[in-house]
Write a protein that binds this ligand. Structure first.
Ligand SMILES: Cc1cc2nc3c(=O)[nH]c(=O)nc-3n(C[C@H](O)[C@H](O)[C@H](O)COP(=O)(O)OP(=O)(O)OC[C@H]3O[C@@H](n4cnc5c(N)ncnc54)[C@H](O)[C@@H]3O)c2cc1C
Length: 480
């Protein structure tokens, strides 16, 4: 949307509005005029500048009441408000594309309660996911959400994106663990949906409507998280394969034929491993000439049983084409393996900023069919498409990387075509365009490729009902 179009829809943040914001929250937490500071809030981890947007003012509230007052002001003045977490998003969801007020959740980072009897915790949205996990682990409890960005992302961002990650295959995604939410609605009213209840069918399931709503339906201010007992044992394994096809082929069979559901099965091709090793200064020697790698984690309560399950999986893999399988016995070996995987996205970004990290997801049975699709597209458009991801749940991070021989104009012309072809093929396999990173502003143009008019219209009706003035995070998921 051009600046003129924005101005036709929304009002600017005037001095009077800034003064009012400074009356709502402590003035030192209202950033305005300093373009360098505002720029820090103008993007998430999507590198392309076309998906960035400068806020007119950044506010850092510290309470539900402050956020409610800000939303009331925004409605009255017709100013867009964008909630933002740790900016680790990969779809532009927390980017203020319409300008206006950027609502950073960074100060709302407290754990309010860890309730061991009910195995639940209540936390604010700005807590770093890893800090939350570490705090509940001290109490012998476990938060099974495990996005690879856990060292930086916030719990609120995880809820808004319904984050998945490395443990989804066994434990599911974030939504499974969210039982209650305090939400500031776009109108500025405060609602509390759900509670510390494992069962609740009292009216619509508003908690699950809010989860994954990408900051477009309400701003979470308190989150009730269901916890489970902390597994006492875990083992990780790195399995080496000659080629991608053989590695991917064994993934669903580990569950259907060996009969074990690992905690996670992550997949990397050779290029990804090499890039990650280089980025971290690690040697490649031990990985031989393998072309593809599976990182497999098994957890449980009995150390011996966990190890035996790992060995069974290793044996099955070697009987079915694996070159080698290494079990990581010590926590430092385990961390070494996971570090390679966690740093894959960062490593690619460092060597080639002109790339797009995709988040396609297909039913497990279709995983082997994705690789030929990527190969065909790579040949058709003469681009590189390395691939890694959460193979165990069908969520693959194919990364379309600009060919250095292509000009910038060529890249910009080719990219939407590659993505449209990729998404259409994935849809044909029963898959969709995002398994965990969301639509945001990056993928909204492609939504009609995978959702029909009826589906999109029903989503728009919900948005209109809760946010009639379209002030909360406009320009995300779809345009109204
Ligand atoms: C290296 C790397 C690895 C990653 N690995 C994974 C992975 O394994 N799995 C996965 O799912 N994702 C992954 N991601 C993506 C990203 O980390 C997740 O989407 C994460 O949940 C975003 O959290 P955030 O706090 O950074 O939110 P942001 O990026 O700041 O915002 C994300 C969305 O949340 C909304 N939001 C934030 N706070 C609130 C709130 N309090 N109320 C309402 N809406 C809110 C924003 O408006 C926006 O729409 C990865 C990203 C990187 C860079």
């Amino acid at each position: 949307m051009s600046e003129e179009q924005k101005a036709a829809v929304y009002k600017p943040v005037t001095r009077a509005v800034v003064d009012e914001l400074k009356r709502i929250i402590d003035g030192q937490y209202v950033l305005v005029d300093d373009e360098e500071k505002l720029k820090e809030y103008s993007h998430d981890e999507v590198a392309e500048e076309m998906y960035h947007g400068l806020p007119e003012v950044v506010v850092k509230p510290n309470s539900t009441e402050e956020i409610a007052a800000i939303m009331k002001l925004a409605n009255r003045e017709n100013i867009p408000v964008t909630p933002q977490g740790a900016k680790s998003g990969l779809s532009g969801g927390g980017v203020p594309v319409m300008g206006g007020i950027l609502l950073s959740m960074e100060r709302m980072n407290r754990i309010l309660e860890i309730d061991r009897t009910n195995m639940m915790a209540i936390a604010e949205p700005g807590i770093i996911t890893n800090d939350f996990s570490a705090a509940v682990e001290k109490e012998g409890l476990f938060f099974a959400g495990y996005p690879m960005s856990l060292l930086t992302c916030y719990l609120g961002g995880n809820v808004a994106e319904n984050a998945g990650g490395g443990k989804a295959i066994k434990y599911g995604v974030t939504s499974r663990y969210i039982l209650g939410l305090e939400v500031v609605l776009p109108s500025g009213e405060v609602a509390f949906y759900g509670g510390k209840r494992v069962k609740d069918v009292t009216g619509y399931n508003m908690v699950q409507l809010m989860v994954g709503s990408e900051g477009t339906l309400g701003i979470f201010t308190k989150i009730i998280v269901k916890l489970i007992p902390l597994p006492k044992a875990k083992t990780d394994m790195m399995v080496l394969f000659e080629d991608l096809e053989t590695a991917i082929d064994v993934v669903p069979r580990i569950m259907t034929e060996v009969g074990i559901t690992p905690t996670g099965i992550e997949f990397m091709d050779r290029l990804t491993l090499e890039t990650s090793c280089k980025h971290l200064g690690e040697s490649l020697e031990q990985y031989k000439n393998a072309g593809a790698f599976l990182i497999i984690e098994v957890d449980g309560n009995d150390e011996e049983r966990v190890l035996n399950e790992c060995l069974d999986i290793g044996e099955f893999c070697t009987e079915n084409g694996a070159i080698d399988a290494f079990v990581a016995h010590t926590p430092s070996d385990q961390e070494k393996i996971w570090k390679l995987r966690r740093n894959a996205a960062e490593a690619f970004k460092a060597i080639s900023p002109r790339q797009t990290l995709e988040d396609i997801v297909v039913p497990m049975s279709e995983i082997p069919k994705v690789l030929p699709v990527l190969e065909d597209l790579s040949n058709k458009y003469d681009v590189f498409i390395p691939c890694y991801g959460h193979a165990g749940d069908g969520n693959l991070h194919a990364t379309v990387v600009k060919n250095p021989d292509h000009s910038e104009d060529q890249w910009l012309e080719i990219l939407p075509k590659v993505l449209a072809d990729l998404y259409s093929e994935i849809h044909r396999l029963g898959g969709t365009i995002s398994g965990e990173h969301g639509i945001g502003n990056k993928r909204k143009q492609f939504l009609p490729l995978v959702l029909g008019e009826t589906e999109i219209e029903s989503m728009k009706s919900i948005k209109r009902a809760l946010d009639p003035n379209n002030v909360l995070n406009p320009g995300k998921i779809f345009d109204l």
